[in-house]
Ligand binder design. Structure first.
Ligand code: 6PG
Length: 253
């Protein structure tokens, strides 16, 4: 494990969500103090939903400077926004509809377009928002990621060529649960973030996590996430961390 990584373990999923919420708030404040805005990319799946709901509740709801917050997605399923599988739809229900973030500062991935076209459109949105020149990639203040039991993260799946993408910032891919077309940010973007937080919960992920830390040859997409110039935090609950050696854990319940 590199010096810019830390592993924090919480007793249960509720305490994990609380910690994630407070790190989100803290990163928002620091980013706005330093750069005048907070630009975050969030993920889908079940695990972060408790945290998303907490973002809209007090004390966070009114403490986060939502008017200086810009929300992007790390990945999206290509389904209509009212489909239960839509990451944007879930985030809207969980917090976006309940906090005063200006609509123009929310950048859902265009899951309604044909996937390749959607990927190009989102890449263009990133280029415009971050004022990127040729060869530059966006630097997010925070990227929130999850992990599947197969070691995927965002929609970068084991053995799929999109994991090796070095040029495009957004790609289309089919896979996962549900097994649908998806859009995902690629490693060159994910690995440039100033902060990356993995939010992982549940005992069904314990064995995969052990592999992540103990078998570098497994070549899981999750193992390809690191920060070039930032910090990576693994936020785990006790069950998920149950097979890890206690020595590598920085904060225990
Ligand atoms: C998505 C994701 C994906 C997710 C993991 C974990 O499918 O949209 O962003 O990478 O984070 O599959 O999902 P769970 O939290 O549901 O286990």
């Amino acid at each position: 494990m590199t010096d810019n990584q830390r592993i924090i373990v919480k007793e249960n999923a509720a305490m994990l969500a609380q910690k994630a919420t407070s790190l989100f708030h803290q990163t928002a404040k620091e980013s706005i103090d330093r750069r005048g805005r907070f630009v975050v990319a969030i993920s889908g799946g079940t695990t972060p939903r408790r945290m998303y709901r907490m973002l809209a509740e007090e004390p966070c709801g009114s403490a986060i400077p939502w008017n200086k917050t810009y929300i992007f997605w790390a990945d999206e399923r290509c389904v209509p926004e009212n489909d239960p599988a839509s990451n944007y739809g879930a985030a809207k229900n969980d917090f976006l509809n309940r906090v005063p973030v200006p609509e123009a500062q929310v950048y859902p991935m265009p899951g309604e377009l044909p996937p390749k076209q959607g990927a190009l459109k989102y890449q263009k949105a990133l280029i415009d928002f971050f004022h990127l020149e040729d060869g530059q990639v966006p630097i997010f203040d925070l990227i929130l990621l999850g992990m599947g039991t197969d070691g995927h993260t965002a929609s970068l799946f084991p053995g799929h060529r999109t994991v090796d993408e070095t040029k495009r910032m957004v790609v289309a891919v089919k896979g996962g649960h549900p097994n649908v077309n998806r859009l995902t940010l690629t490693l060159p973007v994910l690995n440039r973030a100033k902060q990356i937080i993995f939010l992982i919960s549940g005992k069904e992920k314990a064995a995969t996590l052990k592999t992540v830390f103990e078998n570098p040859k497994a070549q899981l997409p999750v193992q390809k996430i690191y920060t070039l110039d930032g910090e990576l935090t693994w936020l785990l609950d006790r069950e998920t961390a149950s097979l890890l050696s206690g020595e590598i854990i920085h904060e225990k319940p």
